[in-house]
Design a protein around this ligand. Structure first.
Ligand code: DAH
Length: 385
């Protein structure tokens, strides 16, 4: 292999070792965070190893194979070292915790540690309240899904590239399916990558017209500053015989104004692509970055930026067909929005990861009293579908 390429591999190896060793020197409260940073930096989508793999195509053919194999070997070596450090840190932190965190059960309780509602739950309640006011029903679907509901019925053919963007977690148990031929086939269960399968479940129930929203957890094998492996979405679906794109635009614009409690929010719809809608769009709101957090603005200016808050579109005829609805008779729109992003924008939260840390001080600051929950439609709980 070319000497510069080997030198580059060696540099990554050394850099990784230095950073990994540094984690073991952290106190246990910090060690996990440091380890997570190393994982994102060295194994994430923008890691040096990934960059080296991207260079593969530019190499002369005789060098490609050797270099690819060397990068993969190094990756395996680094993964082994990472896992070893991770398990030894887990052991140490358990021991250190036992040392440091002594519990004196005779002490009086601490009234300042009263619990609060997490902004994620609060925002879900608020979204339900706004759409509830427009006549939408809230429903829920399962977190563990199958390929049919998560992909096939939503018009993702087996080898469709859009499936890769979903970084799916597959489970070990298998779903047995009766197939048309002789022997039944099986396929892995998966953690749903979006709330869109609830659209499929609702349409298959065949109870029309449909006007639902579906809040819930979603999972993707992705973790960096702006992604977490578990996150929340709210899905929406309207199906009847007359709903058109104009309804979609006015419904979502009205939602944004009611949710952010501002009549003057600037929105725009940008053409986009999703396999399950045609035409598809993304909706952006105009905002400005202030002290790390984003704030909505009433006017677009050279200093303002657009932030995408949801995907939407008219339900694709193939999806209607897969759900036993006649596309010549029925039509409608769907949308999906990220709850954490809405919460960050509405409540000025700068860093996504803080929403998952369960830090009591953070919750005291950003959490809500149970009495603050939206009262408009309090009691409208999601039903199982
Ligand atoms: N399921 C999409 C995602 O997770 C979001 C989405 C986009 C949902 C467009 C929709 C839609 O219902 O119409 O990225």
């Amino acid at each position: 292999m070319d000497a510069t390429l080997s030198a580059e591999l060696e540099r990554v190896r050394q850099d990784f070792r230095t950073n990994l060793t540094a984690c073991t020197k952290e106190r246990f409260e910090r060690a996990n965070i440091a380890l997570e940073e190393v994982r994102t930096r060295f194994f994430g989508k923008k890691s040096a190893l990934q960059n080296l793999l991207h260079k593969l195509g530019d190499l002369p053919p005789d060098q490609r194979k050797g270099f690819g194999a060397a990068v993969n070997l190094l990756k395996q070596e680094m993964l082994r070292a990472f896992e070893q450090t991770q398990s030894s840190l887990e052991e140490q932190s358990g021991a250190q915790r036992l040392e440091v965190e002594r519990l004196d059960s005779t002490l009086p309780d601490r009234p300042q540690h009263l619990g609060t509602l997490h902004p994620t739950g609060q925002v879900i309640e608020e979204v339900i309240a706004v759409f509830g006011d427009m006549g939408f029903r809230a429903v829920e679907g399962p977190d563990v899904e199958d390929d049919f509901h998560n992909f096939v019925a939503l018009n993702f053919p087996p080898d469709h590239p859009a499936r890769q963007m979903h970084d799916t977690f597959y489970l070990q148990g298998e779903k047995r399916m009766a197939s048309e031929g002789s022997s039944p086939s099986s396929e892995p269960w998966l953690l749903r990558t979006h709330t869109s399968p609830v659209q499929v479940r609702t349409m298959l129930e065949g109870d029309l017209p449909i006007r639902i929203i579906a809040p819930g957890r979603c999972y993707r094998s992705d973790s960096d500053q702006t992604h977490t492996p578990m996150f929340h979405q709210v899905e929406g679906l309207v199906i009847d015989e007359r709903t058109h794109f104009g309804h979609l635009k006015s419904c979502l614009s009205a939602f944004v104004r009611a949710f952010f409690e501002q009549d003057s929010v600037c929105v725009r719809f940008r053409p986009s692509y999703f396999p399950f809608t045609e035409p598809s769009a993304e909706m952006d709101v105009a905002c400005l970055r202030k002290e790390g957090a984003l704030e909505l603005v009433a006017e677009v200016s050279p200093r303002s930026d657009w932030l995408e808050i949801l995907g939407c579109g008219m339900v694709h005829p193939n999806v209607l067909r897969a759900c036993n609805l006649d596309p010549d008779r029925y039509q409608g729109f769907a949308f999906g929005m990220g709850v954490e992003r809405l919460a960050m924008l509405k409540y000025g939260i700068a860093d996504l990861r803080t929403m998952f840390e369960g830090d009591v001080a953070w919750l005291q600051h950003y959490g809500f009293s149970p009495l603050d929950a939206p009262s408009l439609l309090r009691g409208l709980r999601p039903q199982a579908c």
